[in-house]
Design a protein around this ligand. Structure first.
Ligand code: NAD
Ligand code: TYD
Length: 352
């Protein structure tokens, strides 16, 4: 008998799959429902190790479809929601902003409405957890950190859509008393990340002797967190965070893009038995991203003080583990880059 029904949205994506795996394994008494549209970024091959677990179900669906979302909440009566489904790539948001508004803003409102309606008998023991990004705070100069109180100043269509959804989640807390919590995290890296984002893209290109594109001069700074540390923080905040609060999550691990790419190139030279310096020869400076945010850096002191969370890995260790994973999982990488992974749902869930 499962004591709690938890809905994870976007559970077939990069971070969502780590969250689903962690919850399915750590809480056999819960039933974890993974709702995902399976866009290009959703991949059920990220969850092969738990797909037959008795406390796990996959539901294919679109959070933008409000009738579907309402029906689902009526049918299943979830106790908690961990909302990760989103369009997540800044470059795609620059070429197609509308898709980001639909999924990130409308999709979030649909989930909020459905939760509110299905929890009309009371909010006790219930929780709506919205996963957001540090990009809502804008762009930093050479110094300073984003705090939970930093004014929102999003600059890309992606970060604007996430900022908008954060405001709506807070509005449902203040207006309707919906038990919500929000976290804003810095750049994640690790296994199962779609190779359009910097680290897996660079690993894949270096491996295949293809140019590694660095935007502008490579001087933009990002704070990097190992994805399993993010999943651990999400678990903690879902269970112990305070309603109506925001928690910042970060790695205390700032890197200029160009330095990070050089570090990755040295690891790849070593792993692939190449002459030192070989992979760095693939670095290619390309046109800068429009409106490219200069620097992100996070103060995660509140999460550390209140809930005792801190990152578990040094970056060098995390990067090494990540490279090892992509090199050992050639099949995954191949199926993702060829598009073959998109047939997995049909083969496994429809034709059977
Ligand atoms: P991702 O792009 O890898 O995964 C997103 C998932 O959402 C995919 O499985 C996709 O199929 C699904 N999805 C998209 N549109 C949907 C829709 N309309 N209905 C249902 N499912 C839909 O993203 P990610 O990197 O895992 O990010 C997950 C969440 O974490 C996002 O909300 C993102 O804003 C946030 N976040 C990401 C990072 C990061 O570094 N990747 C950092 C901080 C916060
Ligand atoms: P990305 O992984 O897209 O994450 P975000 O834009 O959300 O921070 O990019 C990380 C940084 O790397 C960002 O400053 C843009 C830069 N970048 C490149 O230089 N080359 C690339 O090919 C990509 C994808 C990103």
């Amino acid at each position: 008998m499962h004591t709690r029904k938890i809905l994870v949205t976007g559970g077939a994506g990069f971070i969502g799959s780590h969250v689903v795996r962690r919850l399915v394994k750590a809480y056999p008494q819960y039933h974890i429902y993974n709702l995902d549209k399976l866009t290009y970024a959703g991949n059920l091959m990220n969850l092969l190790d738990i797909e037959h677990a008795t406390n796990y179900s996959f539901i294919k669906g679109d959070i933008v479809d409000d009738a579907f979302v309402t029906r689902l909440f009526e049918e299943v009566q979830f106790d908690g929601v961990i909302h990760l489904a989103a369009e997540s790539h800044v470059d795609r948001s620059i070429s197609n902003p509308t898709e980001f508004i639909k999924t990130n803003v409308l999709g979030t409102v649909n989930l909020l409405n459905a939760a509110k309606a299905s929890w009309k008998d009371g909010f006790d023991g219930r929780r709506f957890y919205h996963i957001s990004t540090d990009e809502v705070y804008g762009s930093l100069g050479e110094t300073g950190l984003f705090h939970e109180t930093t004014a929102y100043d999003p600059r890309s269509p992606y970060s604007s859509s996430k900022a908008s959804s954060d405001h709506l989640v807070r509005a449902y807390f203040h207006t309707y008393g919906l038990p919500v919590v929000i976290s804003n995290c810095s750049n994640n890296y690790g296994s199962f990340q779609f190779p359009e984002k910097l680290i897996p893209l660079a690993i894949n290109n270096i491996k295949n002797n293809k140019p590694v594109p660095v935007y502008g001069k490579g001087e933009n700074v990002r704070d990097w967190l190992f994805v399993e540390d993010h999943a651990a923080a999400i678990d903690l905040i879902f269970h112990q965070g305070r309603n109506g609060e925001t928690y910042n999550i970060g790695g205390a691990n700032e890197w200029k893009n160009i330095d990070l790419i050089h570090a990755l190139c040295s690891i790849m030279d070593r792993k692939l038995n190449r002459q030192p310096g070989t992979s760095a020869g693939l670095i290619t400076f390309v046109k800068d991203r429009a409106g490219h945010d200069h620097r992100y850096a996070i103060d995660f002191g509140k999460l550390n003080r209140e809930l005792g969370w801190k990152p578990s890995l040094r970056f060098e260790e995390g990067l090494e583990k990540t490279v090892d994973w992509y090199l050992a999982n050639e099949e995954w990488l191949k199926s993702v880059t060829s598009g073959e992974y998109q047939h997995y749902y049909e083969d496994q869930y429809i034709k059977r």
